[in-house]
Design a protein around this ligand. Structure first.
Ligand code: MD3
Ligand code: FE
Length: 213
């Protein structure tokens, strides 16, 4: 019997304390998720935000949900409106919210209700240096991440920036839930390799579902 006939349970893998990989959890929803991203991007375009230090990020970003993560010269924060348009961030589509809730529940966070979703787009060469996600009010809530499009090498560091990170290959449709002791781990993404994905083109998209407040 093929492995997928056993269902999702066998695909739940502990990467380490608090980090749960749900390999191919979103495989059936890659196309609808990319379609929903296109609608969000039409209302709130992807943009290369400025870091407080004044550099443009290589990753292009936008958001949906009640709150969105932004950065500029003044710092990192969550806002209820898109600073580019002045309008509220696009509503989180049901295909996003349903997936986030099911993935969190599969990892033991049945109560998780995200109020923010950051959408990252990586073109070949784009990367994200090691950082912690600390702008959220409540670190008992996990972060649910969904990879779409080209594969990436995710870098999972430890509790300190100096620890050598573990490399984790993330493919389109993979979901990882970061809770408990993994919630404040340092993490990043290696420069995206060249390639063309059949649905996403020369890009990787990553969704992170968050409880911002
Ligand atoms: C581990 N995004 O948006 S997703 C980010 O692939 C971010 O675009 C990466 O880091 C990306 O902040 C990684 C996986 C991820 C997200 C948040 C985490 C892993 C995490 C928070 C804590 C620990
Ligand atoms: Fe992060």
């Amino acid at each position: 019997m093929r492995a997928e006939l056993f269902g999702e349970v066998e695909r739940v893998q502990a990467l380490g304390p608090g980090a749960v990989r749900l390999a191919q959890f979103a495989r059936a929803e890659v196309s609808p998720l990319l379609g929903a991203i296109a609608e969000i991007v039409a209302a709130a375009p992807l943009r290369h935000m400025a870091t407080p230090g004044g550099y443009a990020m290589s990753v292009a970003m936008t958001n949906c949900g009640a709150l969105g993560w932004t950065t500029d010269r003044r710092g990192y924060r969550y806002t209820a409106t898109d600073p580019v348009s002045g309008r509220p961030w696009p509503v989180m589509p049901p295909v996003f919210a349903d997936l986030a809730a099911r993935a969190a529940a599969a990892a033991g966070f049945e109560w998780f209700a995200p109020d923010a979703c950051l959408i990252n787009r990586y073109a070949p060469g784009a990367r994200m240096s090691l950082h912690q996600d600390r702008n959220e009010a409540d670190f008992t809530a996990p972060i649910v991440s969904v990879s779409l499009g080209l594969p990436a090498t995710f870098l999972w560091g430890g509790a300190a920036r100096g620890e050598r990170p573990t490399k984790i290959r993330l493919a389109s449709g993979d979901v990882v839930v970061w809770g408990g002791p993994a919630r404040l781990a340092f993490h990043g993404v290696a420069p995206l390799a060249d390639g063309v994905h059949e649905l996403a083109g020369a890009a990787r998209f990553n969704l992170t579902f968050r409880r911002a407040r």
